[in-house]
Design a protein around this ligand. Structure first.
Ligand code: ADP
Length: 168
């Protein structure tokens, strides 16, 4: 069985991510979308919440699983018996760092290779940070986010702003 892992922060999952998830699910027998937890960086959503949002938008894809991990990605891949990492490439600026990571990962786990999928032209401009910025300004998010999660992102942004306001 060809198992691939699609790792990232997914804070939150965007239409760009979902496009990669769908395309990977058509190529591999199983795709594990893995939210990587970076202890030094607090996100808008907690890792468990990000997992729940991805599960909701990928619920129609039978061979897609969603998980999160605090482990080193290469160790996680080994544990899951995955031999492929999937990465989306938006621009040449993504390329340099992604190739460096791919080489490091294959050194840590020699059976692990990285497959790059070019971003759909519709989504090359899209990142979770851009979405969070737009949400703060109350912009319509339908071009950026799967519709099932727009409410959650709006609500979370508002809650965070209230907390920040109260702390000042
Ligand atoms: P970001 O916070 O920049 O959206 P993530 O760490 O969540 O990034 O991204 C996880 C993976 O998804 C990475 O391989 C990244 O290159 C890819 N990705 C992110 N946004 C897009 C997009 N709009 N189109 C294609 N791939 C993307």
């Amino acid at each position: 069985m060809r198992i691939a892992i699609y790792p990232g922060s997914f804070d939150p999952v965007t239409l760009g991510h979902l496009n990669i998830i769908k395309r990977a699910s058509a190529i591999f027998d199983k795709v594990i979308v893995c939210v990587l937890v970076n202890s030094g960086k607090k996100g808008l959503f907690e890792p468990e919440e990000r997992v729940e949002l991805i599960r909701r938008v990928a619920s129609g894809l039978a061979n897609v699983e969603v998980d999160y991990s605090t482990e080193l990605l290469a160790s996680y891949a080994k544990k899951k018996k995955a031999k492929v990492l999937v990465k989306g490439l938006r621009a040449m600026s993504d390329y340099e760092q992604e190739v460096q990571m791919a080489i490091i990962n294959s050194k840590l786990y020699p059976n692990l290779d990285t497959v790059f999928l070019p971003s759909s032209p519709k989504y090359t401009y899209l990142s979770s940070s851009v979405v969070k910025e737009m949400a703060r300004y109350g912009v319509d998010l339908t071009d950026f986010l799967p519709r099932e999660i727009i409410k959650d992102v709006k609500l979370k942004t508002e809650t965070e702003e209230k907390q920040e306001g109260a702390a000042e």
